[in-house]
Design a binder for this molecule. Sequence first.
Ligand code: FEO
Ligand code: CA
Ligand code: CA
Length: 642
Amino acid sequence: MKDVDTNRLSADEWDELNFPRPEVQEFDRVVERAISRRGFLGGVLAFGSGAAVMGTSFLKGTAAMAQQTSRFAFEALAPQIDNTIHVPAGYNWNVLVRWGDPLFSDAVGAFDPRNGVSVEMSDRVFGENTDGMELFNIGGREILVVNSEYTNREVNLPHAAEGVPGSLDDVRILQHFQGVSVLEIAEGPDGWSVVLDSPYNRRIHHNSPMTFDGPAAGHPLMQTEADPTGMSSLGTMNNCGSGRTPWGTYLTCEENFNGYFGATGDMPADEVVAAGYTRYGIGADGWGYDYHKWDARWDVSQNPNEPHRAGWVVEIDPANPDATPVKHTALGRFKHENAAYAIAPDGRLVVYMGDDERGEFMYRWLSRDIYVPGGDTSTLLSEGTLSVAVFEDDLTGRWVPLTPETTGMDPAMIAIFTRMAGSAVGATTMDRPEWIAVNPTATEAYCCLTNNSRRGVLTDAGTVRTNAGGDAMTVNGPNPREANNFGQIVRWRPDGGDHGADGFSWDLYVMAGNPSVLEGPGAGSENINAGNLFNSPDGMMIDTSGLIWIQTDGDDSNEGDFEGMGNNQMLAGDPVSGEIRRFLTGPNGCEVTGLTWSSDRRTMFVGIQHPGDNGGDWPDHGGSLARSAIVAVKRDDNGLVG
Ligand code: FEO
Ligand code: CA
Ligand code: CA
């Protein structure tokens, strides 16, 4: 998600306006201790604790990587700055579905290139700002489940001045465009298309019924006037990254939920509620959605507990269109990016999750019971232990359980105020954990740490900047760069090859940077060179062959420190050699996010989010409204793509 405040301000830009950083940034001091050179903890360099100043020669890109035997079945793509998609020679792309495209035959023609979609049809079409997605083959049918993260209000409400909702209908349009779309797709002679009126087609949005399970379900802080039981709610929101379970359900992850709430009257005075608002960023004005002015559910002066009912991982059963989605409170409440599962050797389910905000944490869920294919899975996301990551500078780390004993909080409070629980045990502040990916070909996992402009930067008063809970954001092992505008990817291997083990070792798979322009930390790690420049890694999936697909959501100005990076993009990385190669570039202004494959692995589906951010009109052109979309990428010879 790039825009969270207005249609023109990115999350970072909004943040900088409200929390400006000093003009002078110190790039001259960084701890180099964890750059992987030849695979995990191998090769010539695995810098230990206390290793100090990083020399330019360590980080400057070299051609050595490019000379190695490559696993990639494509030639690297050059950076691009235009308003369309590029893929390597021998590949092609086509639009599968855009926001406003019909999922049902009564919505054919609902989208108008100038006026968008009416409120009556707004929950009958594919949602806006596609993000995480997963494909399920159900009885031989290809069912795609896709998040719609947020709205571009100027694009989605073209009749409203500056996209500001002027009625409850406007709010309903925005609410309907977000959430989750379930759609059957099929490949014919003309490529992939949506199967209209499929019995699996479904829209789940900000007003769809949900239930809770886990330790917070029914707690007084979850109760509202409309739901005195605290057991059910309406809607899933700010659906960012995705996940899936081994039993064939979809996990949608609620990220910047705080931005939807506002107040028409006084903010809640209750100390516990107010402290939570501070930690989770809930304020009187919201981020411009203005729901609270038209729909009292979002007005915290009337419904102070409503924000507690968001910020969860939600399970959706794509095989059963009538099944009510479940919010699993045991997996914690924070700004969830995605949910990546692994199975421990003893059969317990592991789910790795990141909290995408500056200085927030990484988490691991470990089920109490084991997964048995075809067996009872009902406890696997509700009974178990949530832990938070502590990284040490000596390239080790551990998952610290969040329990009453470790946190001093009861299980419901740990679930609702997970961030505070993490702070209580000394979790490591991270550079905005975005997607986590588990390698299916090795016992290891990766997390994109997208950027953190405040890392190691002092306030005007000379104090260390902190997260919203007061935890210091000094440089640390996996977050070694001050004023980190490029991002890095941390990788960890659990002790004993067991994702259920509490200990792990870690390194950095890559530090993005720009060796063409900068020296020192800004140049990035050795596997960054003039041919594969990027910043702000965000989306990430690892395919069945073990290739790491990295998607970016960063500065696409192609100027200054970002010169030569071009538009946001998708690259492929070799986990062993470290080689990274650009595969796809998106239209200018977009973020590339969301990736999955057809069951035959001959099509790769890639999400293009907010393509109109720089004023573009992709993909329809000709002055049409910009339309986020999913594209289908194939080889010209119909070979395997993942
Ligand atoms: Fe929705 Fe952190 O990206
Ligand atoms: Ca993201
Ligand atoms: Ca991002």
